[in-house]
Design a binder for this molecule. Structure first.
Ligand code: MN
Length: 169
């Protein structure tokens, strides 16, 4: 937090992707209402404010990429392991959860079990993210309780499309 290099990195990634105009100094947290960029029409724009997405991801590079893709479209919350993710999910009740399956402390498979066992959290859609491209992986993840699956590395266009299937921007 407050790391200038990280801000610069996010800014550059946003520029490279050409899909957003990131603002320097924006921390993308609940206190900031970061709506869609002016002049850009979002097909799924929600009338009552933007949706919140909780990203549970331990890899800083993946996190930076995901944030660059989602910023200015969603309210972004982040957690770096399953334990923190569960805590934040229950405190903030996000509209969507992006869950890395391979994490320290508590992995995605354990986290999804807790999320789907929780009376107030089980309705929140969870999209699993994994770098493994092994056959049968997708089935294993859906069987564990995740609602959908995205393979890493993230393809920005496909990623946004997939998220749009679950939550309005
Ligand atoms: Mn990971």
């Amino acid at each position: 937090k407050g790391d200038v290099n990280k801000e610069d990195l996010l800014f550059k990634i946003g520029e490279m992707l050409g899909i957003s105009k990131p603002q320097r100094g924006s921390d993308n947290d609940l206190r900031k209402e970061t709506g869609p960029p002016i002049g850009e029409t979002l097909p799924t724009a929600k009338a009552g404010g933007i949706s919140s997405v909780l990203i549970i991801e331990d890899n800083p590079d993946n996190l930076a990429t995901i944030k660059a893709v989602l910023q200015n479209r969603f309210r972004i919350l982040e957690a770096k392991d399953g334990e923190e993710g569960l805590r934040m999910a229950s405190e903030t009740r996000p509209d969507l959860i992006l869950l890395d399956m391979a994490m320290p402390k508590m992995d995605g498979f354990t986290a999804i079990r807790h999320l789907k066992d929780h009376i107030h959290l089980k309705k929140i859609p969870v999209i699993a993210m994994t770098a493994r491209a092994m056959k049968g992986d997708r089935e294993k993840i859906l069987e564990a309780g995740c609602d959908d699956y995205i393979a890493k590395p993230i393809d920005p266009e496909g990623f946004l499309k997939k998220i749009g299937e679950w939550v309005k921007g």
